[in-house]
Design a protein around this ligand. Structure first.
Ligand SMILES: *[C@@H]1O[C@H](CO)[C@@H](O)[C@H](O)[C@H]1NC(C)=O
Ligand SMILES: *[C@@H]1O[C@H](CO)[C@@H](O)[C@H](O)[C@H]1NC(C)=O
Ligand SMILES: *[C@@H]1O[C@H](CO)[C@@H](O)[C@H](O)[C@H]1NC(C)=O
Ligand SMILES: *[C@@H]1O[C@H](CO)[C@@H](O)[C@H](O)[C@H]1NC(C)=O
Ligand SMILES: *[C@@H]1O[C@H](CO)[C@@H](O)[C@H](O)[C@H]1NC(C)=O
Length: 682
């Protein structure tokens, strides 16, 4: 066969052209981390449903649970959060050494892998408020206040001034406009009310979408600069309620910082690893891409925002744009308030450090169960992310006890402590880029924990029950008031986040038990039967959305039916192999087990697609992904959802036909998964 023929075989038939072409190729690389993360999200669902295979004595799982230590977790958290440790700083290099040494002390081989990447720090910031006809101009201090007897008061001097990473440097003096949560629909509403945002300073609040999406939407609407604040409605508790340290709520001077980069990884090496001597874009080129905010922006406190609100005129904003009960009426503007926002950033190459620790597998060392958490923090990082780091080290301490009792995992367990996550999943992305082919052939699962507080408070219900009750989605929305502020410190955690540190220990228990099962069971604990029920549920949702159109879900139905048959078949094979294992007719290292595991491992990968999601082509999983407008939310069949949204707004035959195409693509991916599970060529 000629090369050309081989290529044409691989080439997918051209699809009907989409009604509107995706405009950016941002976040292409997030796909890898997200593919892994989604894999985990799905697998964790499966894991909860699959029954444990008969355990061979000694029962290391029970021993692992019995070793839980809240004191150990608290000790590591305290040590990790003594100083603020932003990526690329000396303080964060010290936390890398701490984590490496903690693993080494447990006789788990560990090492640090550094990368040189483009980070961003503040040099100069100022924000002032003027009102024509008013004598005085207010210059905001842009500083978060400490409280009397704050044990971390001296370390506060080391906290980086409040800023947005990668914000453009510049000075803008213009009328302010209030833009609610800064979503597309908020700017559309302003346009519908005749409020022109062009050339103005958009003032938006947190609470619905990430800061990088708010500032991006502001720029698209024509704003010359943006200011984003924490409204007491979300972060301040009930009117009149106290704030930290008297309660869990964010103090009025609290500021939520963040990164405005909408891509992932090192901006100078899109799609490839930042190895020494590698090809790179210049800093100027990287800062000029669509993934960057392109306008100056600053995060501000509720107190500063209240003063801005008080100086805005124009029409009163709608009810769902208002603050909490009792606060003065918010108005849309523009003006008369004039904001002068001046920002100078230092976008500079810096060294980041990922830490790895490896427990090599005894039987299948080339199969990886990967546990990860990031280590860098905007401030002290007691919740985000070092609650997860402390839980990871506590988990490793328990495994080291198991090792002394004779345990060796079947598969290799790799612990990862990522750097520069806050800047754009940078440390993990660079590592995945460098190791892409190895990971895609060898990784069994990736279990990520960022903020690690599972709720074991109610002893009469399981953690699973409490998840179901609180209806959490696979993506964890940062739902605590001091998120990314000065106050995310050990005191807040000890008093409000996790008094007694039992939640840390519970998170480590769940994380570790999942890891033990994935690493130790001869046959991977993946059950695709419950997956098919989930797929049926998502199909029902799509059916509701397309009612009254010519679009049909029947390709999905038949693909899911086939997957069900394949899942039943492989579950039967699993049972038979388990029987043979128990009766010693089969050795633990039989190729038959390896072959079955490969099918179980590969089936999930079949849901991914090289071309990715419609409108979010950097995401490759066709079943699960983040929703287009909000990184915090997840969606099922997101490409179909995006196509339906487009068709609704276009309302043309062509755009509805495109929905049908998207349905076919998902159906084909599901069919690929059944072929893998069935294990025979068609
Ligand atoms: C805005 O503030 C900066 C920094 O304080 C100052 O240099 C600049 O002159 C101000 N611009 C206007 C138009 O007031
Ligand atoms: C920018 O950061 C680099 C690296 O940290 C530093 O060497 C340089 O002095 C900084 N530049 C300014 C203007 O602060
Ligand atoms: C604890 O869980 C039980 C069982 O689900 C439930 O009946 C009870 O209301 C819960 N208690 C609290 C305080 O939430
Ligand atoms: C750990 O739990 C025990 C028992 O509940 C408690 O006495 C102790 O104070 C906890 N440790 C920490 C650091 O909170
Ligand atoms: C969409 O188009 C169809 C036919 O062209 C029309 O009957 C229908 O009212 C339109 N729907 C909307 C929501 O505009």
């Amino acid at each position: 066969m000629s090369r050309l023929d081989a290529t044409s075989l691989l080439h997918t038939p051209s699809p009907p052209s989409p009604p509107s072409k995706p405009t950016t190729r941002r976040r292409l690389l997030r796909v890898i981390s997200i593919t892994l993360a989604v894999l985990v999200a799905c697998l964790s669902l499966l894991l909860l449903v699959v029954r444990s295979s008969p355990t061979t004595p000694p029962n290391y799982g029970s021993l692992f649970i019995s070793l839980a230590s809240n004191d150990t977790a608290a000790r590591h958290l305290r040590a990790l959060t003594l100083h603020p440790h932003v990526a690329g700083t000396r303080a964060n290099s010290l936390t890398a050494a701490y984590v490496r040494d903690a693993f080494s002390a447990l006789s788990i081989p560990s090492h640090i892998t550094p990368y040189s990447v483009l980070l961003s720090y503040p040099i100069h910031r100022s924000l002032s408020l003027a009102v024509p006809g008013r004598e005085t101009t207010t210059s905001f201090t842009l500083s978060q206040e400490t409280y009397p007897n704050d044990p971390y008061a001296s370390a506060t001097a080391e906290v980086m001034p409040t800023f947005y990473a990668y914000a453009a440097s510049g000075s803008v003096s213009a009328e302010a406009v209030y833009a609610n949560y800064g979503r597309e629909e908020d700017f559309a509403y302003l346009a519908s009310r005749g409020v022109d945002v062009a050339g103005k300073v958009a003032v938006a609040r947190y609470g619905m979408i990430h800061c990088e999406d708010i500032v991006h939407n502001a720029r698209v609407a024509g704003a010359a600069a943006a200011v984003v604040y924490t409204d007491p409605l979300q972060y301040g508790g009930a009117p009149g309620e106290a704030w930290f340290p008297s309660s869990r709520w964010l103090p009025p001077t609290g500021v939520q910082v963040g990164s405005l980069f909408r891509g992932v990884g090192d901006p100078t090496t899109p799609m490839w690893g930042s190895s020494e001597g590698c090809e790179r874009m210049s800093v100027e080129e990287a800062m000029a891409t669509d993934d960057m905010p392109g306008i100056p922006a600053l995060p501000v406190s509720a107190r500063d925002a209240a003063e801005i609100h008080a100086s805005l005129g124009g029409d009163a904003a709608p009810a769902d744009w208002q603050g909490r009960e009792g606060s003065p009426v918010y108005r849309l503007g523009p003006g008369p308030a004039i904001l002068n926002l001046t920002y100078t950033g230092n976008d500079t190459m810096a060294t980041i450090e990922n830490v790895f620790a490896v427990i090599e597998g005894a039987e299948e060392p080339d199969r990886y169960v990967i546990l990860g958490n990031h280590r860098d923090a905007w401030t002290f990082g007691a919740s985000d992310p070092n609650s997860g780091t402390a839980a990871m080290i506590e988990l490793a301490e328990r495994l080291s006890v198991l090792r002394k009792q004779g345990w060796r995992p079947r598969r290799t367990i790799i612990f990862c402590s990522w750097d520069a996550e806050e800047y754009g999943l940078t440390g993990s992305t660079e590592w995945v880029e460098e190791n892409r082919e190895m990971l895609s052939s060898r990784a069994v699962a990736y279990l990520n924990v960022d903020v690690s507080v599972q709720d074991p408070d109610n002893s009469s219900q399981t953690v699973y029950d409490s998840w179901v009750k609180s209806n959490i989605s696979p993506s964890v929305r940062p739902g605590y008031p001091v998120y990314h502020s000065l106050y995310d410190d050990f005191v807040w955690m000890e008093k409000f986040g996790d008094p007694g540190f039992r939640r840390h220990a519970a998170a480590a228990s769940i994380w570790g038990i999942m890891a033990l099962r994935l690493a130790d069971e001869e046959i991977l604990p993946f059950n695709y039967k419950p997956y098919t029920s989930e797929l049926e549920e998502y199909t029902k949702v799509v059916e509701n959305e397309i009612r009254g159109t010519a679009v049909s879900c029947s390709p999905l139905h038949s693909a899911i039916r086939a997957l069900k048959i394949a899942a039943t078949k492989i579950n039967g094979e699993r049972k038979e192999l388990q029987r043979q294992l128990l009766s010693n007719q089969l050795s633990k290292d039989s190729m038959k087990i390896r072959a079955l595991n490969d099918r179980l491992m590969q089936a999930e990968r079949a849901f991914t697609n090289r071309e990715g999601l419609f409108k979010q082509e950097w995401f490759k999983h066709l079943v699960y992904g983040p929703s287009e407008q909000n990184d915090w939310e997840s969606a099922s069949f997101p490409g179909v959802g995006n196509a339906i949204a487009s068709a609704r707004s276009d309302n043309t035959t062509k755009s509805w036909k495109f929905v049908q195409h998207e349905i076919h693509r998902v159906a084909r991916a599901i069919t690929q998964a059944s072929v893998v599970l069935t294990g025979s060529l068609t």
